[in-house]
Design a protein around this ligand. Structure first.
Ligand code: HEC
Ligand code: HEC
Length: 365
């Protein structure tokens, strides 16, 4: 059979197309290789587990790896002027530097010093400050200490008195760590202060910083629902924090590998985490462990609901009837009355918060 001229043309075109396809596929493969390479190097940096987490040999081990943030298709952008902790190279030398480093160590390993088996005193529930103030209070929206020092000393609306920074530190010992306060003139509290001064050294008073402390999530239209939150807990939290929210002790039995969320070793009901807004904002950007502001794993609604579930479970009680003597300044989600308005304790705990906010606005006119 004789080849027609068109056939030749077709053949030529086919060869061209094949070459072109091979070339494009090669480019694609190279692209994918570079991309996965980048992801892996990024992940090893961002999966900053505590020293002991990688040595996990517990029953939870299989399920308890930090969530894979690489599965996310896109990540939320962070503005260029977002807060960043100072570079550790700026810790001064000498005595001051030593205090700053000691302060950081106290926050990261509080239980080693002050837990039930603490080397200095046995005065806390065994949690570390860092369990809630992630990366020693330096993480974007990880309940960081960015603007803490700049805002002190200030009027404490809880106690109604002027209060120094050390008394705010004391509050977390008494409430979040459900314990007693070490002497505020001690080297320990002074070192924590020195560290916090260093963290906040570049932050002017009253600055509005992106990423400061904990994100304030938008209020839902409805009340947060503990029943729905229970489902989130079982699916996304229980593998690490335990079926009864009891957490898991680290191998040395002194501090927690996974801190408790409720029960007798958890924060008490006077703690900041007991307020739904703080809890929801914290978990939205940080939990399940490995989630970040850029790559959250929960919707706002899931965050509010799981907050409602966890904060409906039993925990140590603290008498708070002397707190917030100035009712006008009581936070909207503070779950114990009396209030300056007529909304119930239940609504102040779970919401809906929008009607309360509205009522407060009208009042202050
Ligand atoms: C159970 C979680 C938890 C633990 C553990 C915890 N904190 Fe806190 N802390 C919070 C929350 C939540 C807030 C914000 C509370 C608020 O808005 O009222 C907070 C606020 C603070 C603030 C004020 C920050 C600011 O910007 O005004 C300081 C200082 C502080 N904590 C220090 C500590 C220290 C020191 C420890 C350890 C001794 C500690 N915290 C342990 C949850 C915790
Ligand atoms: C992969 C394990 C893992 C999963 C899953 C996980 N967490 Fe955590 N969580 C941690 C670790 C580890 C810390 C302490 C972080 C630190 O010390 O740096 C923590 C700390 C916390 C804290 C502050 C400390 C405390 O105990 O009160 C809260 C609140 C919290 N997680 C809630 C949740 C919620 C809600 C979920 C589910 C949406 C969840 N976590 C899922 C590992 C996990």
């Amino acid at each position: 059979m004789e080849n027609k001229p068109q056939d030749k043309e077709v053949l030529k075109a086919l060869v061209k197309i094949t070459r072109y396809t091979i070339f494009v596929s090669l480019l694609l493969v190279i692209g994918i290789l570079i991309y996965t390479g980048l992801l892996f190097s990024g992940q090893s940096e961002s999966s900053l587990p505590q020293d002991n987490i990688s040595k996990n040999t517990t029953p939870y081990a299989a399920a308890a790896a930090p969530v894979d943030v690489t599965a996310a298709t896109s990540s939320k952008p962070v503005p260029a002027d977002a807060w960043k902790a100072p570079d550790s190279a700026t810790v001064p030398a000498g005595k001051q530097g030593k205090m700053i480093r000691y302060g950081k160590d106290l926050l990261a390993h509080t239980a080693q010093y002050f837990g039930p088996k603490g080397s200095i005193a046995q005065i806390t529930n065994g949690m570390n400050c860092q369990n809630c103030h992630l990366d020693a209070g330096t993480r974007l929206y990880g309940n960081n200490y960015a603007s803490f020092i700049a805002s002190y000393p200030k009027m404490s609306f809880r106690s109604g008195k002027m209060s120094p920074a050390s008394s705010r530190i004391a509050e977390c010992f008494e409430r979040s760590l459900a314990g007693k306060v070490p002497d505020t003139s001690s080297r320990e509290v002074q070192s924590i202060l020195a560290y916090m001064k260093w963290i906040g050294k570049d932050v002017p008073k009253k600055a509005k910083l992106f990423g400061n402390a904990t994100e304030k999530l938008a209020y839902l239209d409805m009340a947060a629902d503990p029943e729905k939150g229970k489902i989130v807990f079982i699916q996304k939290c229980q593998s690490c924090h335990g079926a009864s929210g009891e957490g898991l002790l680290a191998a040395d039995k002194k501090s927690y590998q996974y801190p408790p969320l409720w029960g007798k070793h958890s924060y008490n009901d006077g703690a900041g985490m007991y307020r739904l807004g703080n809890f929801a904002g914290f978990v939205k950007n940080n939990m399940p462990y490995g989630a970040t502001y850029q790559n959250p794993q929960l919707t706002d609604e899931e965050a509010w609901n799981v907050a409602a579930f966890v904060n409906s479970q039993p925990r140590p009680h603290r008498d708070q009837h002397m707190d917030w003597m100035n009712l006008d300044k009581k936070p909207i989600d503070f779950p114990f009355g009396p209030y300056a308005d007529n909304f119930s304790e239940k609504q102040h705990k779970f919401g809906p918060f929008k009607p309360i906010k509205e009522a407060q606005k009208n009042q202050s006119i």
